[in-house]
Design a protein around this ligand. Sequence first.
Ligand SMILES: Nc1ncnc2c1ncn2[C@@H]1O[C@H](COP(=O)(O)OP(=O)(O)O)[C@@H](O)[C@H]1O
Ligand SMILES: [Mg+2]
Length: 364
Amino acid sequence: MAEVSIRKVEKAYETYKAVHGIDLEIADKEFVVLVGPSGCGKSTTLRMVAGLEEITGGEIWIGGDLVNDVPPRDRDIAMVFQNYALYPHMTVFDNMAFGLKLRKFPREEIKKRVDDAARILDLTTLLDRRPKALSGGQRQRVAMGRAIVRNPRVFLFDEPLSNLDAKLRVQMRTEIKKVHQTIPTTTVYVTHDQIEAMTLADRVVVMNFGRIEQVGPPQELYHNPATRFVAGFIGSPAMNFFPVKVTNEGGLYVQWPGGVKLAVPPQRANRYAPYAGKEMTLGLRPEHLTETHDIEKPGVVRIEVPVDVVEPMGMETMVHFLVNGEEMTARVDPATHAAPGEMLPLAADMNNMHLIDNESNKVV
Ligand SMILES: Nc1ncnc2c1ncn2[C@@H]1O[C@H](COP(=O)(O)OP(=O)(O)O)[C@@H](O)[C@H]1O
Ligand SMILES: [Mg+2]
């Protein structure tokens, strides 16, 4: 069993506080992804779990052991970095076996573990090659193999795919997920890429400025973001944010600049009624601003917008339009007629609206 427990963990670099007392409980075999913009403290957090960075405050537990003062080599973890330096003069087999040899594992055991890992990673036919005779993706698989043969209690990944081109990144993402399905091991994975986070994680941890904004399964973060930051960070294209005023005129409405008034669905009236009269932010994802064929559905409101740019993507088309100088995005059927400079009718699905308090930046 290897649950990881991060309790009130802080990190200060001299006077600069990189991590502000975070709490996170990771279950045995769980795949957790730390995601957030560059500099938000992801690597620092991971390196503290690895023992590569001293912690300024708090406690880290791995598998029921307090490891604050345990050196990295005794934490029974394996780490894969973005820059996975392989030994150029060693074969793939020896690269994968190296850590076990250092730890004086018996030859038979080493061979078994390397062969098993090679099979999982599809490297069996490459074991005699040297790194320079491998593609970028194959090298990355060797780096993972090196971690797998250790059979650690916890895998730690720090942006392992960032150096690969876009296509390979998507392939390797699937590989990593398959490996976790084959050998379910507690994993903490760091990335700045929200799609990587969504696709890999059992639970996503969104970090911002050294704090945790929200923790949850991917779908929950997507559909119920707790803050404006999470709402804007998760999802691509990003959620639209309209400055609105909440009004109560017999029914509840949100009104954006230019006078467009959108009725709030009745089942949300109680939740939003206390904000009547306030300036708030309406969050609506591009896929909830669509062509008008669903217009009869309850909670769906018809609006017209001036089209700025049309981007056909194949299976869908992004339509950008301006509201008070701010660029908004709708995601429509490619058959929809939209042309720059013309007005386009859209269906706004207010059943999926988010209302954000401008002072606290919380979704209410
Ligand atoms: N050794 C260090 N000394 C001083 N500041 C550091 C050091 N390492 C990281 N930082 C700072 O701590 C913050 C978090 O860094 P990091 O955890 O690497 O961010 P991320 O991995 O999320 O991009 C950044 O502002 C970074 O500049
Ligand atoms: Mg980093």
